[in-house]
Write a protein that binds this ligand. Sequence first.
Ligand code: NAP
Length: 675
Amino acid sequence: MSRTLESYVGGQWGAAAGEGQPLLDAATGEEIVRLTGLPIAPSDVLAHARDKGGPALRAMTFQQRAVLLKEIALALDARKEELYELSSATGATRKESWVDIDGGIGTVFAIASRSRRGLPDDYVATDGDYEPIGKNGTFVGQHVWTPLRGALLQINAFNFPVWGALEKFAPSFVAGVPSIIKPASQTSYLTELMVRIMVESGLLPEGSLQLVVGSVGDMLDHLTGQDCVAFTGSASTAQQLRTHPAVARNSVRFGVEADSLNAAVLGPDAAPGTAEFDLYVKEVVREMTVKAGQKCTAIRRAIVPVEHQDAVVEALREKLAKVVVGDPRDASTTMGALASLHQRDEVKRSVKVLTEGARVVIGDPDEFSVASGDAVRGAFLPPLLLLAADADRAEPHEVEAFGPVATVIGYRDAAHSTELLRRGGGSLVASVFTADPSYSRQVVVEAANHHGRVMFVDATSAKESTGHGSPLPILVHGGPGRAGGGEELGGVRGVFHFLQRTALQGSPATLTAATNRWIPGAAQKTGGTHLFRRTFSELQVGDALVSEAREVTLEDVERFADLSGDHFYAHMDETAAAANPFFDGRVAHGYFVVSLAAGLFVDPAPGPVLANYGLEGLRFTTPVYPGDLLHVTLTCKQKTPRPGQEYGEVRWDANVRNQDGETVAGYDVLTLVAL
Ligand code: NAP
């Protein structure tokens, strides 16, 4: 008998006693491990996350967690070969496992890096700028984010045992929320190995990550309003879990990534012979065969102009004929097995339902050749292409066959194609192969609302295109309606799913103290050494300088026009400027005002301020006329260390005023300042 798979809960590895359920190699049918159950009560797993993991994570700032996350990614990367070796048992070839393993680790790196750049070295993150409320500026609003004090229960699908867990772990870790990973039983042995590598790295704070293999028992009964569930799997399981009484009663945050009838559309312009037609055929083949079609994003509906549907089928036939089905360990195999015999039978059942409205034109689920592996005990299927008899019938738009299966559906005209796109009832992704920008625009206007992601492909973008089936860590993943209504990833956006947004209201001083971000009206400390002579550690939020005043002359305006080449009439022609609805006569260039302000606040000699790398939120609010007397107030607004660097980022509030005290320009200046 094989070994029993273990959970990592309460700080220990273990499994319930018992014979357990055998998990089999997808290609050979041999037993790999056995699955029993949890060695401790599910409520104790949650308690460990809340009592140990949460406090340990919240003791670090967003930046500290992001730095640690990068180290965890490095530890995984160093031992990824072990994951590749085991991954073939799931039926995936090495190339296919890349998406799961390198894709998962790459996602952790990407989230760590985006978080280091986009989140503060603080326990509280601000959401946007402050909101003025009171007329006199003594009462303002500021949205903030803070970590939930519960746990994230991840319930994952079988098809991405590594990526599926890591893409949720990474943002929740940065957010400061501990994860409990419950992988799908079928492929949980690979997630177990991944968690072992993470635990053995010694980098994980106690309780920040637990693994439950097998059933979660009654864990959902114990969820509170500070916990989250991130579910990936079928729409039917999602429906069952999101209506769980404790989830409903306690308003538990419940994210769902469910199944999806993703479409690839061949544009009306993409006739046979065009580059877009060839690219389309290649992509449909790739999506049907990678991971034997077991991808939530895989193309299920090939929506093509009805006049080209036969040409599409023939082009696909030619390419699919080259697919070699077999053991993923065999180098000549181009499509491995499905994850289990159960999965294969599910696909066959779905194909049967699909054939009520379509006929199989390529492949036979019962008659096909297997080049290697155990043809009887292995979970093999050939690529299966169907052709819809009637584009408007329900089956191809409603039945997901989670395997190497797609249906070609012919549309009459552009409007019909977008109508068919929407028939999926909400999908993760649609790809559109067209070189016609007006058709692309029509798709966005008519059908983007039914999709989480829409990828356009033409000959100019094809080479760099990341592909229909790949969710990217920097773009949101998820889709409306049937796809679950959830959203994941999206760079730093993914972190916010595990934080609570709170609208703070109070005086500028109170909210500055609460957020470590200066708000106008809060105290400013002037005097002492020039701000540009202070190091990152010496500078404090609220440190400020009020500059000397400088008069703007007509000569300044003309010299700036000559220097920059900007001779816009509002700066050069008194009569034309006065006729402009905004001005009473010639005005100074806004960019001159910004440059002048820098001349007033900069201290020129070499010092801790290393570089200015941009401005944000620049607004010119009052025209500047020759004769105006301007001065600038510069205030240290926020400090953000750059881990591993010898400098940090200082954000300054710059406020340029005229002789009447009116703000003529306001903006944030971003600088890098030595530590
Ligand atoms: P599934 O049968 O719905 O299972 C998903 C997960 O839910 C598994 O971990 C499963 O655990 C667990 N589960 C089932 N019943 C449960 C219950 N009563 N309480 C707690 N957990 C429960 O889906 P699957 O077969 O693994 O995955 C295939 C489906 O996932 C496809 O439809 C695919 O489209 C979808 N999918 C979507 C995405 C996406 O990002 N949108 C990604 C991948 C897959 P056990 O395995 O232990 O039963």
